[in-house]
Design a protein around this ligand. Structure first.
Ligand code: AMP
Length: 175
């Protein structure tokens, strides 16, 4: 299936110079969702993975599809201030300023084998912050999985250089 053709590219959003890769149009296609779910199942079934950690917000969509199909836990990694429980936080840099991600301290432990899921990797800042949270709870990161990789921005290389495995379903090179 040609998943790339289902992504809507919006130039200059949310600001000038950014080519926004909008997954909404892929979500409108039920066959694509089914296809993606099957690809993930074949990749992760019987791999001793017991949790999917999805990054808010679009990582929740694909992360829950995978977790449901495998019958394993889904752990939301949330933006600051959203979780009503004891959390640990990890700050990461944005182009201007910083933001934080948080995880419930009861969600994972040193028996957890985790795949971290988001819709897209660009600089990798979000993914690295999410990974630091997972590691602080003692869990193992089996792999990072993204629907879209923008390889030329360098995030996936950063993860690979730090000995993480990175999987993606499509790449947009040159941006
Ligand atoms: P980064 O931390 O730079 O890897 O950015 C990853 C996060 O920002 C993901 O959660 C994406 O949803 C979002 N993002 C960054 N760049 C883009 C882009 N060009 N198109 C769509 N989403 C993006």
């Amino acid at each position: 299936m040609n998943l790339k053709s289902l992504i809507r590219t919006v130039p200059n959003y949310p600001k000038p110079g950014i080519l926004f890769r909008d997954i909404s149009t892929l979500l409108y296609n039920g066959n694509a969702l089914k296809y993606i779910s099957d690809v993930y199942f074949n990749r992760y079934n019987n791999k001793n993975i017991n949790a999917i950690a999805g990054i808010e917000a679009r990582g929740f969509i694909f992360g829950s599809i995978i977790a449901e199909k495998l019958g394993i836990a889904f752990v939301p990694i949330r933006k600051k201030g959203k979780l009503p429980c004891d959390v640990i936080s990890e700050e990461y840099s944005l182009e201007y300023g910083t933001d934080s991600l948080e995880i419930d301290i009861s969600s994972l432990n040193n028996n957890s084998k985790v795949v971290i899921v988001d819709d897209l990797i660009a600089t990798g800042g979000t993914a690295i912050a999410a990974g630091n949270l997972v590691k602080k709870l003692g869990a193992d990161i089996i792999e990072y999985s993204f629907l879209v990789n923008l390889p030329d921005i360098g995030g996936s290389t950063k993860l690979i250089d730090n000995d993480y495995k990175v999987h993606s379903l499509m790449e947009f090179a040159g941006e």
